[in-house]
Design a protein around this ligand. Structure first.
Ligand code: NCD
Length: 324
């Protein structure tokens, strides 16, 4: 069986989307397709019976936490969770190291979300069981990239020769950082980075991706960035990661609605968003007037989170072979 991740770099953990190469992604997606079929047929799977997941979310989450929980239970396992710093001993000053060592003695695998970049890698270094990054501040969100890529393959029908436009907050948006890394495994990928200057992708990540053969172009105009895209990936402004001054300085409007899709995008466009979209903002970045448009893939995207996370658990826990 091909190994799912590069053990030399990460031990048994899933920390960054850069761990995945093309073969490991395709192998994972084959398992996810199998899971999808089994869910549709309501087949019972109990390959993780007796196993415990520690689901630790020290930052808000709806989809990621519940879909990891559902995926683990659908494989027969049980879940322990803690959902806020305030309710854990971190509020008493316990370090990530001590928390990780303690909890990893209770469970078989851990998912962690934490507000600081690099925190999940630090946590993993002290854990005696595999740790999966559920989002480390503005850093990465590798499992979202897995389900996003799986969605792109299902919606477009291929992963090579794609133009993908990322719109909005490319600076703090960790799902963008991970998906761009995952896409860089495929051939002839062009990425359009559509954002105000202050929220552009970091020069470091852009240079790293260029060195891997990806073509990236920066745009401050949406019509220009969207014109030849096969996929548009909208994002929410990560206001919680910005200062008041930074927030106030973002003036350009990076919003997609039905009228803009019909005048700026190709007919076959696939519209994605990791969610949540910000319906509390004066203008939501992804208008609800697109909700009945079949090209809006956002809820198929969230649905894909279950089979993809089931597949990931199966590989991380070494039972993928049993399922196949
Ligand atoms: C994202 C996240 O938490 O990074 N949500 C998710 O996990 N699907 C995106 C966001 O919060 O904007």
């Amino acid at each position: 069986m091909p190994t799912l991740y590069d053990l030399r770099r990460t031990g048994d953990h899933v920390i960054t989307a850069s761990q995945f190469d093309r073969d490991s992604l395709l192998d994972l997606f084959a398992t996810a397709r199998h899971m999808e079929g089994a869910i549709a047929r309501r087949e019972r799977m109990d390959v993780l019976e007796g196993a415990l997941l520690g689901n630790l979310f020290f930052e808000p989450s709806t989809r990621t936490r519940l879909s990891f929980d559902a995926a683990f239970q659908r494989l027969g396992g049980s879940v322990l969770d803690t959902t806020a710093m305030a309710f854990s001993s971190m509020a008493k000053g316990e370090s990530l190291h001590d928390t990780a060592r303690v909890i990893s003695g209770y469970v078989d695998v851990i998912v962690v979300r934490h507000p600081e970049r690099g925190s999940v890698a630090e946590f993993a270094a002290a854990s005696v069981v595999p740790v999966i990054n559920g989002g480390d501040g503005p850093g990465e969100h590798p499992t979202q990239a897995l389900l996003d890529l799986y969605t792109i393959e299902k919606e477009v029908g291929r992963l090579n020769g794609l133009v993908v436009a990322f719109v909005g907050d490319l600076r703090y948006g960790r799902t963008v950082h991970s998906l761009i890394r995952a896409l860089s495994n495929f051939d002839e990928i062009t990425v359009r980075l559509v954002a105000p200057d202050s929220l552009q992708l970091s020069d470091e990540l852009e240079a790293e991706m260029t060195a891997r053969g990806m073509k990236l172009t920066r745009h401050s105009s949406m019509p220009e960035g969207l014109a030849d895209a096969h996929v548009v990936y909208m994002t929410r402004l990560q206001k919680e990661r910005m200062s008041e001054g930074e927030r106030a300085s973002i003036s350009a409007d990076f919003v997609l609605n039905a009228k803009r899709v019909s005048s700026w995008c190709q007919d076959e466009i696939v519209i994605m968003h990791p969610l949540p979209r910000d319906s509390s903002a004066p203008v939501c970045e992804l208008s609800e007037d697109l909700d009945s448009d079949p090209r809006l893939a956002i809820f198929r995207q969230t649905d894909n989170g279950i089979p993809v996370r089931m597949a990931l658990f199966a590989h991380v826990m070494g039972v993928a072979q049993e399922i196949a």
